[in-house]
Design a protein around this ligand. Structure first.
Ligand code: ZN
Length: 378
């Protein structure tokens, strides 16, 4: 594909305002790019206006998955932007806009690679399955739906196109966001014995959970340690009333050393103990995501590194990050390797003036195509 046509696809995707929703705009646009080819296209609806899209090319052979999310985070304060965040403005060799880095460039580069593969003179010895997901930024529930409906079960490997500056990201931390709600009974503050203070059990919870998390000092060699932050607290109705309602929220970043199930059991045990002592606590999680265990020894990671070194003058180095990706869901589907490689750098993601270099974007699409051939022929 001509560079100008490839850049147009990225600009078009940025112009679709899929801020935490409306992903069907992207699904429709991508489906139409493949309309003239003999490919399988499926829409998996999550909610009104929110379609995951699955596109498969090739007829036989091992399936390499390409994963990208269709949603973006909000633009934030538009006065902080030099350009319209939903225009895909080109300036000095870069495309600017929300999603330019995270990750409409990765998604577009994968799509361009697939369209180029469809134009090859020879029959393809394997298959590519594009998994374009909804809701990655708000809980990876599109990837969860695609995993639950079997679209990842028969993959031989998976590449996620999140921005890595074309390094091979082989591991990342998991996430547990939790909320503990406490219910008490209000009373005049001059007669506290008539009420039940909803705040006090949460203070005990906070102290106990922090003590337990502080004991988890073992480090993952690449990801470092588990982290825990109590990040939200609300409660009480007015200063001279016994509080009847309160809530505390926390964020934990897990590593393979301390798997999510183990940490969740510890949280649940603290809640249960306090409830047995008379508190009324309710625990809820918001989309917990397991960590991605280190993939660097897998054939796919080794192959990606080799292709980057030998064909693209890149270092092919492996890297890690704390942030979770759709990998946390797809990993539940089976034992295939997962790597994260994409154009753009994390630094501009979720920021004003998010951008990607056009050269990096075009190189990424050539890399995905080269990796597909190397993967099929290994
Ligand atoms: Zn992303």
């Amino acid at each position: 594909m001509e560079a100008i046509a490839a850049v147009k696809i990225l600009q078009d995707l940025i112009a679709l305002e899929t801020v935490n929703g409306q992903e069907s705009l992207v699904a429709d646009y991508l489906a139409q790019l493949f309309a003239d080819y003999p490919v399988q296209i499926k829409r998996i609806n999550y909610a009104p206006g929110r379609d995951n899209l699955v596109v498969e090319i090739g007829d036989q052979g091992p399936i390499l998955g390409f994963s990208g999310h269709e949603d973006v985070v909000a633009a934030g304060n538009r006065k902080m932007w030099q350009t319209d965040p939903f225009q895909g403005v080109v300036r000095a060799g870069k495309v600017y806009g929300r999603g330019a880095s995270d990750m409409k460039s990765g998604l577009a580069a994968m799509v361009v690679a697939m369209l180029d593969l469809l134009e090859e003179d020879q029959p393809l010895p394997g298959r590519i399955r594009l998994l374009a997901s909804v809701g990655e930024e708000t809980g990876e529930y599109g990837a969860a739906q695609l995993t639950q409906t079997g679209y990842a079960a028969d993959l031989a490997g998976l590449v996620i196109g999140e921005p890595t500056g074309m390094r091979v990201r082989v591991t990342h931390k998991g996430i547990i966001d939790y909320y503990v709600t406490s219910t008490g009974r209000s009373a005049h503050s001059s007669c506290p014995q008539r009420g039940e203070n909803a705040i006090w059990p949460l203070i005990q919870f906070a102290q106990q959970i922090q003590t337990i998390m502080d004991q988890h000092q073992e480090q993952d060699p690449t990801l470092g340690g588990l982290t825990h932050v109590i990040s939200q607290i609300q409660g009480g109705e007015q200063i001279n009333s016994i509080p009847a309602q309160a809530q505390i929220g926390g964020n934990i970043r897990t590593t393979p050393v301390y798997p999510n199930e183990m940490i969740m059991k510890e949280i649940e045990a603290v809640v249960e103990k306090l409830n047995q002592a008379g508190a009324h606590l309710k625990l809820r999680y918001s989309y917990p995501e397991p960590p991605l265990p280190d993939q660097r020894k897998t054939k796919l990671a080794q192959l990606a590194s080799k292709v980057l070194r030998e064909q693209f003058q890149q270092t092919g180095e492996f890297c890690a990050d704390t942030g979770a990706t759709d990998a946390s869901e797809y990993i539940k589907a089976g034992k295939f390797p997962i790597i994260i490689v994409g154009p753009g750098m994390g630094e501009t993601s979720h920021q004003p003036d998010e951008c990607v270099s056009i050269a990096d974007y075009l190189e990424a699409s050539k890399f995905y195509r080269a990796l597909a051939w190397a993967f099929w022929q290994q």
